[in-house]
Write a protein that binds this ligand. Structure first.
Ligand code: ADP
Ligand code: ZN
Length: 751
């Protein structure tokens, strides 16, 4: 009997290609029991390596004297479930990488290389029948400790020595004596590290469902019973989507199956976790990157053993090792965090759909602002569309007012706050309520805008804003889709105004201005700088939730899933900020962001108001967002993508080169570009599908100390394109002298 093993090494010569993953055959010693999916230690080129058993054969063409034996299994169970092994194979094929790489996705990182150990503690229990205990106690003579221990163990349960120590002082000697007498047994038991403790919070009574919540359940429950169906739930902010998830999960559990809830980022959805903990207690497991290594490993094992049957987690939790899956929910499905664009690339939504199909489960994507991609699929019939168009309890949608910032400038107001926003902030503070202010500034670049007429400097070829590089730039404006370069204007080319400059104000500036306006009001700021560390988000959010802080200022991270009933005012400081980011998705992002952040207002019994400041109040995206009209936005954007040849009608991708040396990066990128040209000459059928291929320096020229260059592609969606993509992927896998090459497919950003 021979075991076929995928060795955990990704070097191409070892790993083989996606189509032909290289397995190595090993002898299985006669007394060793192994199953498919089990991790093993194997000798490999004079080293000991870890690997995964992917199959068994009766024959093997390696000469017997060359054949080596499996050294030992790493665990006594299969770490990779059969369905996940199939998934890993499939992903390796789809993303043109090795099986060793996709298998890594299926395991907690710290499990590899034996970097994490199972934690154990001593426990004791009776070794005699409970009915004999009284007699044994009577025989213990004068030892108070032994009598007490036996009395405590009389319930027949397993007790940890730690617990016993709290009741019996220094019990070890007595325990040993009882053990020697054969009355009790001491063993080691695994301890699971539970993130955030395991006490379920106060049990919460179920609210009466709203009519639309009930309708959604009525449609979905029969499919859940059958283990099928793909749904897209479009429910406005505050329509009570979470309650729907809870009821569905409960139904799934009652059928003895498991459920998975994916969220964009756990730290930003603490309420989801606490709601699920409150309702489901210890059967709920949480998986995300901010857990300690030990916690993550233990949660993973609770899932693997079937002890945790409700899994809440971020992107990578989609690979959780649960059997008998009945439901996967992808909440806020429009979020880009579901995409992993680095090798091996995957979209958690696609993986979720795949698992549902293969494991007989129901898929539910949910959002107040579904992605253009998902909504298009729903319209095509790939998903069943469900809608919850009203807020719970007939609460009105917040009223959105647009403020034209050009007029503020005309009237001599150079502050970041308009007159109206300042006034509303004052009123809100006077009423003792809370406010949230969004300043969405991200990335390393900014665009140039005229503060008098609102003109944004755009690329003449591409209909995207030109960027000005705040850090390390050359003082020029760049289009990073086509490479067009323009000098920074002194005066506005449209109105000749002199207030043409880049948007620079960030959250910190806003915080300062707030301190001037409201010296006695406590303000919390949430952005990348203030939320590092394991509990960074939680502390700040607690400060706000408790009411100690009255204003929350933040970047897009405050727009997601938060539910604060006392927030009655939401201000968006500069709505255009994201609209003009040089990315074909910037309109979609802006619409999502404005709708989501507006949805944070008026979630309690108090009505909410939203002030959106903009230099372009007539922009159709801003108008649709102010009216919270998703369908109008979808139609506009879908048509624009078709005419402009953007995804989902095309594929945008690139070969990205990073190197310590700028010159090496450029040389590598030029070489790749030349090879691509040659490939296309050789394959005219591929060439027809290439709408654009460009060698260029990305707008972020240096990242984490590495110089960057790229070759960008715009490709038609077509079967021939897949072959070209495969060739590009292979190209990126070959080692390059002094440079790293990555292939990115519809990446979240081309910067
Ligand atoms: P969404 O995720 O759709 O924006 P949430 O799930 O956060 O909305 O729900 C909004 C609020 O409504 C929450 O405070 C939630 O507890 C409450 N809620 C949900 N369903 C009901 C219901 N049937 N009855 C009363 N309150 C509800
Ligand atoms: Zn351009």
């Amino acid at each position: 009997m021979y075991a076929q093993v995928i060795v955990d090494i990704v070097h191409e010569n070892v790993a083989g290609s996606a189509a032909h993953p290289r397995t190595f055959s090993y002898l299985v010693p006669p007394d060793m029991k192994l199953s498919v999916g089990q991790r093993v230690e194997v000798p490999f080129a004079r080293m000991i390596k870890e690997g995964v058993v992917v199959g068994f054969t009766e024959e093997c063409d390696v000469p017997p004297d060359k054949l080596k034996s499996v050294r030992a299994p790493l665990e006594d169970y299969a770490a990779i479930l059969p369905c996940l092994l199939t998934l890993a194979r499939r992903m390796a094929e789809d993303s043109h990488c090795s099986l060793a790489e996709t298998l890594r996705l299926m395991l907690p990182a710290e499990m590899r290389g034996g970097r994490i150990q199972v934690k154990q503690q001593p426990v004791v229990q009776l070794a005699i029948p409970v009915t004999d205990v009284d007699e044994a106690i009577a025989k213990q003579g004068r030892s108070q400790k032994r009598r007490m221990l036996l009395t405590l163990l009389r319930d027949g349960e397993i007790h940890t020595v730690g617990d016993l120590k709290m009741l019996v002082r220094e019990p070890l000697e007595a325990i040993r004596q009882l053990e020697a007498a054969g009355l009790i047994r001491m063993t080691l038991q695994e301890v699971l590290r539970r993130p955030g403790g395991d006490a379920p919070e106060e049990p919460v009574p179920d609210p009466v469902l709203t009519a639309s919540q009930q309708e959604v359940l009525d449609v979905m429950l029969p499919d859940i019973a059958q283990g099928r169906g793909k749904y897209l739930l479009h429910g406005v902010t505050g329509s009570g989507k979470t309650e729907v998830f809870i009821r569905l999960v409960r139904h799934v559990l009652s059928q003895g199956k498991a459920a998975m809830i994916l969220v964009p980022e756990i730290a930003l959805t603490p309420q989801m976790v606490s709601w699920f903990r409150a309702r489901f207690g210890a059967v709920a497991a949480v998986l995300h990157s901010r857990l300690s290594a030990g916690e993550r490993f233990d949660e993973w094992r609770r899932i693997r053993r079937g002890d945790a049957r409700v899994i809440i987690g971020a992107r990578s939790a989609v690979f959780a090792p649960c059997e008998g899956l009945g439901l996967i929910v992808v909440d806020e499905e429009h979020e880009t965090t579901y995409l992993s664009d680095r090798h091996p690339r995957y979209d958690a939504r696609d993986v979720a759909a795949w698992r549902c199909e293969h494991e007989g489960a129901t898929l539910l994507l949910a959002s107040a602002t579904p992605s253009i991609l998902s909504f298009a699929k729903a319209r095509r019939g790939d998903y069943t569309l469900l809608e919850m168009p009203h807020r719970v309890g007939n609460r009105p949608m917040p009223e959105v007012t647009l403020v034209d910032m050009r007029k503020e400038i005309e009237n001599g107001n150079r502050s970041v706050f308009s007159g109206l926003l300042t006034q509303k902030l004052h009123e809100c503070m006077q009423r003792g309520e809370q406010a949230m202010l969004l300043m969405n500034r991200r990335g390393y670049n900014s665009f140039i805008s005229c503060r008098s007429c609102g003109l944004v400097m755009k690329c003449p070829n591409c209909d995207v804003a030109l960027t000005y590089h705040l850090y390390g730039g050359d003082g020029q404006l760049h289009c990073h889709y086509c490479g067009h370069v323009a000098p920074q204007p002194e005066k506005c080319p449209s109105c000749a105004g002199r207030y043409i400059r880049y948007f620079g104000a960030g959250t910190q500036k806003i915080e300062e201005e707030l301190h001037k306006l409201f010296p006695n009001v406590s303000v919390v700021r949430m952005d990348i700088d203030t939320t590092s560390g394991k509990e960074g988000h939680a502390k700040l959010l607690d400060e706000f939730r408790s009411g100690r802080a009255r204003i929350l200022v933040g970047t897009q991270m405050i727009a997601k899933g938060l539910d604060f009933p006392r927030v009655t005012l939401v201000g968006v400081v500069a709505a255009d900020m994201t609209l003009n980011l040089p990315d074909y998705r910037s309109r979609e992002r802006t619409f999502q962001l404005l709708t989501q952040v507006a949805g944070r207002a008026g979630r309690g019994t108090l009505p909410g108001q939203v002030i959106v400041q903009t230099y372009k109040p007539e922009d159709e995206v801003i108008v649709a967002a102010a009216q919270q009209d998703y369908r109008a936005f979808f139609q506009m954007e879908f048509d624009r993508r078709r005419t402009g040849l953007y995804p989902p009608f095309t594929i945008l991708s690139r070969l990205l080169v990073e190197s310590q040396s700028e010159r090496a990066a450029q040389i590598a990128a030029s070489a790749l570009h030349a090879r691509c040209l040659a490939l296309l000459e050789k394959h005219p059928q591929w060439k027809k599908r290439v709408l654009m291929m460009l060698l260029d320096q990305p707008s972020v020229k240096v990242l984490r100390g590495k110089a960057r260059w790229h070759v960008m592609f715009k490709l038609l969606v077509h079967p021939e394109t897949e072959a070209f993509v495969a060739a590009l992927t292979e190209m990126a896998r070959e080692p390059f002298e002094g440079a790293d090459v990555y292939f990115e497919y519809n990446p979240t950003t081309m910067m």
